[in-house]
Design a protein around this ligand. Structure first.
Ligand code: XMP
Length: 514
């Protein structure tokens, strides 16, 4: 994919868990970038047209004979290069400096003293808090380099060869723990590489559309629409690119949120004029789930059932060559193997879809994070209520009701959940949390309503804040709002007489209960 703007940064990945964060920071600074495995070869690197190259960190040791490496001629291309952590160590070792094993592994915050006045630290004070995570360290910088920063444990925590525009930093500027990390990357991009930062989501859309058109040609594309943000944005983007060559299949498995079926059909089929086939499979799913209480068992039934329904619908269509899906960057698990990042995807039934239908995958969101997808959705003119919906798991309400899945329990949960979401939107809390939902428990409790004794279900409210769903904190929603939600649910949903609040973080808990 080529950006409309001519500017781009090439990130060579040496397997760091933070590589994707580098990409994100660069994009936040309005510079287009692509991540490629370290072994792409010098020809590709030279012809890529990068205004700058960033060598990522990685788990390797440069002294290891099998350590990931690059052609040292990269340093003669005249392209500014920033090596981060392992990237710096590799630069050092390839250019004749010394890398040694540090006596103490430096992990966590370190105070770096800046030496001299490097453009990399332009505008920053002489002492900087930086985030370290390395075993090896630079014993001596390569000839021609000067030290521009040191910490207690790293004699050379940052170095430069200003004329050749080669820079190395031992710390990670891409993580939030390095407070001025973005400013340092900004200096590399603008002060050192001389870029201007004119890339926007609009240019992402334009370049995506261009490459989708080129790849698809006259063929037809299938997209599994789930009602969630990611697949919706994919469908919208594809529709912009290829119009009627796109057909979406939306499976109603009976486990969706309240109003979801109508919302999908209205916003897509009517508003955007996208071809959407709705497969009503509620009964099929509920029949298959009858009597099943084990969470993994539920997943094992729902995934394949979805694939079957989808394949049945897809087989009625003609000339389909591609399957579009909303794989996001966090779904693409970085491999720390020497092969570079691999595209292993989380347990996702779409993966099975591509295989089963023998279709090639189109994944236009592969390089984006969830919040970037939302910005993209807004840029594509999608309704805010859809773009800012909370994530919803594929197995849907089935894993939000502990115990058996029945139509009655689904309806109960749908009603309660709709009230929760409605109140959070009203009170301005919806967008402050990552996810909020109700969990129906297989527990009944005694209550009193009017003069009547009741014996009904207990419902838990789960609301979490998070950046990426990998870790999460329970959201501290004000008590008066919780009280209002609880009153409304108990008053309006027959069958629930007690509401409790989940105050568990992740870890040790997970976001979903099952
Ligand atoms: P957990 O519960 O693992 O959830 O903390 C992390 C994020 O993943 C979502 N989730 C799923 N999504 N299929 C999905 O498509 C699943 O089986 C599944 N389980 C959890 C969850 O909603 C949260 O956003």
């Amino acid at each position: 994919m080529s950006a409309t703007s001519k500017e781009k940064i090439l990130i060579l990945d040496f397997g760091s868990q933070y590589t994707q964060l580098i990409a994100r920071r660069v994009r936040e600074l309005k510079v287009y970038c692509e991540i490629h495995p370290f072994h792409v070869g010098l020809d590709m690197i030279a012809s890529f047209g990068a205004g700058g190259i960033i060598l990522s960190g990685g788990p390797g040791n440069v002294s290891d004979p099998d350590a990931p490496t690059i052609d040292p001629a990269i340093f003669d291309l005249g392209i500014p290069i920033l090596g981060i952590c392992y990237g710096m160590q590799l630069m050092t070792s390839l250019l004749g400096g010394d890398v040694g094993e540090s006596k103490t592994r430096e992990y966590g915050y370190a105070r770096m003293q800046c030496d001299g006045s490097s453009p990399l630290f332009h505008g920053l004070t002489d002492e900087q808090d930086v985030w370290m995570s390395h075993g090896d360290r630079i014993e001596s910088a390569p000839g021609g380099f000067v030290r521009i920063g040191h910490t207690k444990s790293s004699g050379v925590a940052a170095m430069e060869q200003r004329q050749r525009r080669l820079y190395g930093i031992q710390f990670h500027p891409e993580v939030a723990h390095t407070p001025n990390g973005s400013a340092i990357l900004e200096n590399f991009l603008f002060k050192i590489a001389g870029l201007c930062g004119d890339w926007t989501m609009r240019s992402f859309i334009e370049s995506s559309i261009e490459s989708i058109k080129e790849r698809v040609g006259e063929a037809n594309v299938l997209c599994a629409l789930s009602g969630g943000v990611d697949s919706s944005v994919v469908a919208r983007l594809l529709h912009e690119a290829i119009g009627d060559q796109l057909t979406c299949v939306f499976v109603n498995n009976g486990l969706l949120r309240q109003g979801e079926v109508e919302m999908v059909m209205t916003s897509y089929a009517e508003h955007f004029d996208i071809k959407v086939i709705m497969a009503d499979a509620e009964k099929l799913f509920l029949d298959k789930l009858k009597g099943v209480v084990d969470p993994q068992e539920k997943r094992k039934i729902i995934g394949p059932a979805f694939v079957d329904v989808f394949v049945e619908q897809a087989s009625k269509l003609e000339n389909i060559k591609f399957l579009a899906q909303g794989t996001l960057y966090p779904d693409v698990i970085e491999s720390v193997s020497l092969k570079g990042p691999s595209a292993v995807i989380k347990t996702h039934h779409n993966l099975a879809l591509g295989d089963k239908l023998h279709l090639d995958l189109i994944e236009p969101l592969r390089e984006l994070f969830k919040d970037e997808v939302r910005v993209l959705g807004e840029e594509l003119g999608m309704p805010r209520s859809l773009v800012w919906r909370h994530p919803f798991p594929g197995p849907g309400l089935a894993i939000r009701m502990i115990g058996e899945v029945t139509k009655e329990r689904c309806d109960l949960l749908r009603k309660a959940d709709a009230i929760l979401i409605e109140e959070l939107v009203k009170q301005g809390w919806h967008d402050k949390v990552w996810q909020a939902f109700c969990v129906l428990l297989p527990v009944k409790s005694v209550g009193v309503m009017g003069d009547e004794r009741t014996y009904e279900s207990v419902l838990a409210i789960r609301a979490v804040t998070s950046h990426d769903a990998m870790t999460a904190d329970w959201a501290n929603i004000p008590h008066d709002i919780l009280a209002m939600i609880s009153n409304r649910i108990i008053g309006e949903v027959r069958g629930i007489n007690r509401v409790v609040l989940d105050i568990t973080s992740k870890p040790p808990g997970t976001i979903e209960w099952e």
